[in-house]
Design a protein around this ligand. Structure first.
Ligand code: ZN
Ligand code: ZN
Length: 143
């Protein structure tokens, strides 16, 4: 059964054929600034997603973009535009009731998390070095 989420003002809706049971969190500097704190994502195949309403995007690097609602500013998704992860959209869990019911399974750039907060629980924690050994990344100081 499909699941629909919406931004704060309701001008944008995103409907996924289904949502994954697992989500991840990222503490990299770009995610911290874009989200206001922690970037979190529910990975969904792009072809299973439908979106209504006006959306704006920002190319945050040469291989990825971030989308938001131009009316209320709600973060909508992050997606790669180049490389092996093209075709997957990381939807912001906050668009959905109860974060879509997903469970946090991975925290990346865990060593970049600000000192004043932390996620509790038993899940994978990848340091910046762990992440950058496996995935595309923007080098320190930009591209
Ligand atoms: Zn909105
Ligand atoms: Zn990040």
């Amino acid at each position: 059964m499909s699941v629909t989420g919406r931004c704060l003002c309701g001008a944008v809706t995103v409907t996924a054929a289904q949502l994954p049971a697992e989500m991840s969190a990222c503490h990299c500097e770009m995610c911290r600034k874009w989200s206001g704190s922690v970037g979190m994502g529910l990975p969904v195949p792009e072809e299973e997603l439908s979106v209504t309403g006006e959306v704006q995007t920002y190319a945050s690097s040469s291989f990825a973009e971030r989308a938001w609602c131009p009316t209320c500013g709600s973060a909508l998704w992050f997606r790669d535009t180049k490389g092996k992860n093209v075709g997957t959209v990381e939807l912001c869990p906050g668009l959905f009731e109860n974060a879509g019911g997903a469970r946090l399974v991975r925290e990346v750039y865990a060593d970049q998390c600000p000192e004043g907060y932390a996620f509790a629980g038993d899940h994978d924690r990848w340091s910046r070095a762990d992440y950058e050994a496996r995935e595309q990344f923007v080098p320190e100081g930009g591209e």
